[in-house]
Design a protein around this ligand. Sequence first.
Ligand code: BTN
Length: 369
Amino acid sequence: MHETRAAVLDALSSGPVTGPDLAERLGVSRAAVWKHVEALREAGFEIESREDGYVLVGIPEFGGEAVEYGLDAPFEVEFHETIGSTNDRARELAGEGAEDVVVLADEQTGGRGRLDREWSSPSGGVWASLVLRPSLPPARVSLLTLAAAVAVTDAAREAGVAAAIKWPNDVLVSDREESNEPSSARSADDSAERGGRKLAGILTEMEGESNRVSWVVLGVGVNANVPAEALHEGATSLQDEFGAVDRRRFVQRVLERFDELRESPDDVVPAWKERSATLGQRVRVETPGGAVVGEAVDVTDVGALVVQTDTGGREVVHAGDCEHLRPVWAYPTRWRSRTPSPPRSPHRPPPSPSSRRLRPSCRHRPGRS
Ligand code: BTN
């Protein structure tokens, strides 16, 4: 956000403050103050003009400036109500030299998933693409994808949803506690369901040479405030799992956690392992070289999956489509027990124990969060 505009917002959040006072404090003209106040109103900030000055009384639910306001990470946000694909726009910006810019949209009309799949992106989701210029060797760029999966998982858990990561980077929600249905009764084609319901996915694209990365676009799609019926089969949403979230705060938490992790790349794999739904599972991974079947026993320092195969060997898989072969009710209990309890969520007021499926209201108050 423009530096002066951010300073105006800060001052108004602890207002009232008069235009002349503000102009003096910030070293700009009164007309400039007025222009910033009008621009902020247009962006959805509610600013009252009282006798004793301006005061901020409400912030928008979502949007570029809303996400930047109070964000504790160095990202600029470009917001679109609707766009083809945030990854496509982020690639354009990357080509123009942008860095640490997030393209964020309420809706995508041409959302793209991994392996050339479509990604349903109705209004109400969190569809975001980060433009990054990391100083990592190309072989370690996968750490950014893993970091994004950890960041989304942590934000979902803070929002009260028992999320975990399926290798390499799908964020899932387990459904075995609520389901009495044997897995054999489910659609055999529904691979996402066999690892839990899919809450979020990540699509990483990059450009560079063999020893140098020019840019990375990290596309993060989180099914936030959308009904699961509007999504592909096997998908779920934060809204369906727990209730509508404050998307502004949710995106902030993802960006803040991601920023923390990219600063300490050595912490990424241990954090990923702790949140893994795949380790310890019997898996089938479709790779370009054929299927690998066995037990997922480890991930390497760049996030490749180590599978102990049925023939007694170990295979290291760098890319592929992973399916969990165990019945859905046989997940390790550690996934469940590590889920933080919903009342600590910063995304919404604490729910009562019986309100798990009620939608709490998202209130937006001015002030740094
Ligand atoms: C997957 O297949 O699991 C990855 C899905 C990634 C979807 C996100 S939504 C934001 C960004 N824009 C896109 O077109 N795709 C990614």
